[in-house]
Design a protein around this ligand. Structure first.
Ligand SMILES: Nc1nc2c(c(=O)[nH]1)N[C@H]1C(S)=C(S)[C@@H](COP(=O)(O)O)O[C@H]1N2
Ligand SMILES: [Mo]
Length: 510
């Protein structure tokens, strides 16, 4: 191909444009190939990249992304990771195309590109089948586009044909991938997607009668208020740093006790779950939620108290503090005393823990912010001196006890000009003594009706209050009084860094 000194970007585009396009299509094919066989599991090439972003992005970016944007922040993180993976595959494909052309051996270029792309995916994920699929996809698109499967044609139409062949290759690769996925080649514990489709909340646990009795009790004690969660939440919130959750196998899981202890120990799933199980109601609330937000929920958890396990150990931690480590690279530090009241849970509402909530085992630390209720728990380290956990390194103070809160989630206009308001109240281990409601902006107060308490030391309660409409717009204010007689703080505080504070206030129509 001849070039003149007046070669413009137009000529360049004509010269390199088609190759760039082929490389881009190959890049997308690589990512799609990986996704078709890995699905939303850590085997997907974008998963470790998203995890890396979550661990290395500055705290302020993360805080905004995860806590303000919520799951949208995670979607953005995942989208960025997917773009990075795709560009990386495209660069590799471009290298393969250049090599193939320089050596006049297009098949060799395709092969090198495929092996490099697959190798990169394998290095990132450690997951063989989806990585092979990514490599194969890149190799096939480059190979089909660059080799003379269909001979003849002028140079110009040759370029166009290359791009068309790349598109055809992409379609073929996708069909192959979908076929492979349908025939059960996907990764995960025997295909995690299948498992989750079969058992949305994991397999049903034993001891059904006791679990059913407790869930029924929660049902019966729930107040008949339209628009608030029952005492056992129907949709439990999810907050974590991972855009793609860990996909652990119970058979391979174990929990290590390490650090300042006479003898390090390890307990596996079989041993843990063959201990005498208990069922506990326990409420979780995220320190990063808005004052009247909904990142607060309650479930019936199945597991064992941690104290008996700790008592068997000669713990020599000088700071009397621990670090809990998780499979997603999360870690949180807090006092040993809080852990001693803790619970190792493998069940939620009568089923195995869902993957999103920490399968196979998570920690529950009564009375404390959700933050230290570590999911996908793998290690408990007894520390010599205190260090910051994941969120504390980013400026948060979320390892302590929860604030007291009364939420206002329902305003129902009933028949006969009556108005019903309701929500939940929660104060961790302090418990809820009462909830007070004002319908005149805080001038006068009345006691709300509370739901009967559920068994357990760390459980929310519902409240409701009915009154005659004043016939005009008015401000409803709610505040909780905890079990020690302390009224919820009136002074507003934003979620960052120590959790939201203040009284929830809402203008209601007459
Ligand atoms: N391994 C791990 N555990 C974790 C987190 C996480 O990102 N990774 N997030 C914590 C936070 S901030 C909260 S509020 C709770 C939420 O638990 P849930 O997702 O089951 O509601 O999990 C905690 N445990
Ligand atoms: Mo949280």
């Amino acid at each position: 191909m001849s070039r003149t000194v007046t070669s413009t970007w137009r000529d360049r585009l004509r010269e390199y444009g088609p190759a760039v396009l082929v490389a881009a299509i190959a890049g997308v094919a690589g990512t799609v190939g990986s996704y078709l066989l890995a699905g939303g599991t850590p085997g997907f090439v974008a998963a470790p990249i998203a995890g890396f972003l979550a661990r290395t992005l500055p705290g302020i970016v993360l805080t905004t992304a995860i806590l303000l944007l919520g799951s949208l922040g995670q979607a953005l993180n995942l989208a960025t990771a997917i773009a990075i993976a795709t560009v990386a595959f495209a660069l590799i494909a471009g290298g393969g195309i250049a090599l193939g052309r320089a050596e006049e051996q297009p098949a060799l270029g395709a092969l090198v590109a495929g092996i490099t792309a697959g190798g990169l995916a394998l290095a990132l994920t450690g997951s063989a089948i989806p990585s092979a699929a990514a490599g194969l996809a890149v190799a096939l698109v480059v190979g089909i586009a660059e080799t003379d499967v269909v001979p003849g044609g002028t140079p110009a139409s040759d370029d166009r044909r290359r791009v068309l062949k790349a598109v055809a290759g992409f379609v073929g690769v996708s069909v192959l991938g979908i076929g492979a996925q349908a025939t059960g080649f996907g990764v995960g514990r025997g295909g995690v997607r299948d498992r989750e489709q079969l058992h949305p909340g994991g397999a049903v646990l034993g001891d059904t009668a006791n679990i059913e009795a407790l869930l029924t009790e929660a049902d019966e004690k729930s107040l008949p208020v339209e628009g608030i969660e029952p005492l056992v939440s129907q949709a439990f919130y999810e907050v974590d740093i991972s855009a793609v959750n860990p996909d652990l196998s119970a058979a391979d899981w174990s929990l290590a006790f390490t650090g300042e202890v006479a003898e390090e120990r390890r307990i596996d799933y079989e041993t843990l779950t063959s201990m005498t199980a208990e069922h506990r109601f326990n409420t979780l609330r995220c320190v990063g939620e808005r004052l009247n937000g909904e990142k607060i929920d309650n479930a019936l958890w199945t597991g064992v108290p941690i104290a008996p396990l700790l008592e068997e150990m000669d713990i020599q931690s000088e700071c009397e503090c621990v670090m809990l480590w998780a499979d997603d690279g999360y870690y949180e530090e807090f006092p040993l005393a809080a852990l001693e009241r803790g619970f190792l849970a493998w069940g939620m509402n009568g089923r195995e823990l869902p993957r999103a909530h920490g399968y196979p085992v998570r920690a529950l630390i009564p009375g404390h912010w959700g933050e230290i209720n570590v999911k996908w728990l793998t290690e408990i380290e007894f520390l010599e001196r205190p260090v910051d956990g994941y969120w504390e390194e980013r400026g948060w103070h979320g390892t302590g006890p929860v604030n007291t809160v009364a939420k206002l989630h329902a305003v129902n206009h009933l028949d006969g000009d009556r108005i019903q308001v309701g929500g939940h109240a929660y104060a961790g281990l302090r418990g809820i003594d009462r909830v007070e409601v004002s319908t005149d902006g805080g001038d006068t107060w009345a006691d709300a009706t509370l739901s009967e308490p559920l068994p357990g030391e760390d459980v929310w309660r519902q409240w409701m209050y009915e009154y005659a409409s004043p016939g005009a717009e008015h401000d409803v204010v709610v505040r909780a009084v905890d079990g020690t007689g302390e009224t919820q703080s009136q002074i507003p505080a934003s979620p960052f860094p120590s959790g939201p504070e203040g009284w929830v206030r809402q203008t209601v129509e007459g």
